[in-house]
Structures are given as C-alpha cells and as structure tokens.
Design a protein around this ligand. Structure first.
Ligand code: GLN
Length: 290
C-alpha cells in the first residue's frame, strides 16, 4: 500500500504529490481535499483538528481510485457527481456539460425578467442538459412555469433527477432543435432561454484535454461551416413560440456578439442587446419579439 499508516494526513500528502505534475501543487491539494470532503466529510479544517484520523481500507481504495481518475484528466465534478451552480448542488455525469459559473448570469437575466412580469411567466430552456438553468430560474422565480428540453434523453434523465432532488417543479421533454419546424406550440412562452453548443471545432486546439475528452461534444460544438446554426434555429423557434414582447436570451461565444446580434435583428427581433460575463467578455444576448 502507498500509505502504510492509513492516516488521512499522510494520504493527502502522498496524493497531492502524485497529482502535482498534472495540476501543480495548489490545485492538487485543493482537488485532494475536495475528494476527502466529498467522500469522508473531511476538509482541511477538520483534518487540522483531527490530525490522527485514519481511513479504513475501503476508504483508502475509494480515495485511490478517485485520485487515479483525476490523474487521467477526468474532471472532479464527474468523479464526485456534484457541480455547484447558482447556489445549488447539481448532479452531473458525462451526458451533460459541467455548469459554468458565467452561465449563472444568464439565470439572473432570466429571473429579473420573470420578476418584472405582472403575471406568472412561462419559460422554456432549450438544450437544458443538467437542467441547471431551468431549475435555477424556477428556484429564483417560484411563480414561473418552467420547462426544459433537450435532444439527449440521457441528459433529460439527469435534469429530472436534479429537479427531484432540488424540489423544483420543472417539466422536461425531448426536443430536437436541428429539425425544429415552425408548427410547434405557437405563442406560448414569455421567455426562451438557451446555452446552445457554440464552440467551434476549429478552436479544439486551444481547449483543455479535460473538457475535450470528457464533456459531451453534442453540447459543446457548433458546426464549423455554420457557427450560428443553433442561433438561427433558436431565432425561428422563438419567433414562433414567444408571445409578442416575449424575450429570447442566449449565451454566446465571446467572439460571436456582433454576428448573433445581427442575426437576431435581421430575423425581426427588436432591442437586441449584448451583455458581458463576470470576466468582461461578451457572453449573452437578449432580444425581444415585436
Ligand atoms: N462555455 C463552454 C466552454 O467554454 C461552452 C458552452 C457551450 O458550448 N454552450 O466550454
């Protein structure tokens, strides 16, 4: 055995060193403590108070295999099955994207809009994945009727589990926006929100391997020959499904602000505005159906 004492503090030291070539010393330590907290309820502080804490053989094995997964590049959230977003704990697996902190701002834009409405709003999240956007909106605006849809039934089963465990009354259904045609639920929604696939295959070279090798490409990549493919589909869906003065709110690639704004304006939306994310990058577009 690599840690003959079974002392948690020795295991933390050993596995931190083991991960160091991959993640550097600070991140390695954080990752190891994230695992010990998740599996055994021991964070840095608790260990400081109980320096003599020993792990059982089976706990040692759990930690060992989890660290090996980290070493192979698997993201922490897929190992623990937990991702924090908008103040909630979401279950995630490799069928869904790990929620990104900047997307919380899209939730806030959506929730502000729902709160300003006089009647309870009707909201649809297209390409919902883990359901993090739809569920977080529902938590912030309990009066709203919120639904989420996705092409992936595996993703929908994750979203449904999250709705259940977070006690959010959100309905999820299958939808394929690629083959969307305009006959569907006309003028029903006050708000369509979406974080569609927008990464270009051409940008693959700049991406970290833990994203590229583990996260679902279906949720990440837009076709290179038509980078705004999903935005065009969302625009036509929104023109059909939204009530007049309803809003379309989307997350975008930081370099797509102008292109997607023009697309929405040319499609007939008014008041098209670009919003920045927490890092000051163009990240969201809000458009109003006339
Ligand atoms: N923001 C995500 C990333 O940078 C991509 C999300 C998406 O394609 N919608 O990986």
């Amino acid at each position: 055995m690599k840690v003959p004492t079974n002392l948690l503090r020795d295991a933390v030291r050993y596995y931190t060193e083991f991960l160091e070539p991959n993640y550097g010393s600070d991140e390695s330590k954080q990752l190891v403590f994230a695992l010990t907290e998740h599996f055994f309820g021991f964070d840095r502080l608790k260990l400081a108070f109980q320096p003599g804490h020993r792990l059982s053989e089976s706990e040692m094995l759990t930690l060992h295999f989890a660290v090996k997964e980290l070493k192979s590049g698997k993201p922490l959230q897929y190992i623990t099955g937990v991702a924090h977003f908008s103040g909630h704990r979401f279950f995630v697996n490799t069928s869904v994207l790990i929620p990104r902190p900047e997307t919380e701002e899209l939730v806030n834009l959506a929730a502000d809009f729902c709160r300003r409405m006089e009647h309870s709003s009707n909201v649809l999240d297209v390409g919902t994945g883990s359901g993090c956007i739809a569920i977080s909106i529902k938590k912030l605006c309990p009066q709203a009727r919120v639904q989420g849809c996705d092409i992936s039934s595996e993703a929908l089963s994750v979203a449904r589990q999250n709705a259940l465990s977070l006690d959010a009354d959100v309905d999820f259904f299958v939808c394929d926006i690629q083959s969307y045609d305009s006959g569907y639920q006309p003028c029903t929604f006050d708000l369509l929100v979406s974080n569609p696939p927008y990464v270009l295959y051409a940008d693959k070279i700049d991406m970290k391997s833990n994203v590229l090798e583990w996260e679902p490409h279906l949720a990440l990549f837009a076709p290179d020959e038509d980078p705004v493919f999903y935005y065009r589909k969302l625009a036509s869906m929104a023109l059909n499904c939204l009530v007049p003065t309803g809003r379309l709110m989307v997350e975008i690639h930081e370099r797509m602000g102008e292109t997607v704004s023009n697309l929405f304006t040319e499609s007939g939306f008014s008041g098209v505005s670009v919003y920045h994310d927490i890092n000051g990058k163009e990240r969201f577009i809000v458009a109003t159906k006339q």
